[in-house]
Design a protein. Sequence first.
Length: 153
Amino acid sequence: MRRLVGLGLLAMGAGAARWLTSRTAQPGRDRSGRNRWMMVTINCAPERLSSRADLPEPIARLGDAVDIKIARAPGDRGTELGARLREAPPSGMSGIASRITGDDPRRTVAKALRHSKSLIETGEVMRPDWPPSTHPTPTGKLLELAGRRGGRL
């Protein structure tokens, strides 16, 4: 019975990988959403981040690999700090592999934005408790991958 369940899960995984690959490889598909702006709203005056030299270390470390956008947040609610990759992220099988292994450049940009927001607002990067209270499992990896993509598979 275990062997049958294992083969079924393997077949489902192969089918899902094939579907994801075919979905990103369609010739008429609009690819503009793959390299979109990632934004965070920071509780500070826009003048505090007036130039690239004023940016915190996590986002400044990315250097010329990203475009930076600084704007006043709507409703006078602080500053919007945005970043996007200058080069399109990998797609197809290499894109899937980079997301699974955690080497996705979009995750690096999102993480740098979160850390920059934390540094500006609190003066330190807030980290979760360590060690975690759960143990990694194959199902957990799949759920983490689905969560990274905003719930879209």
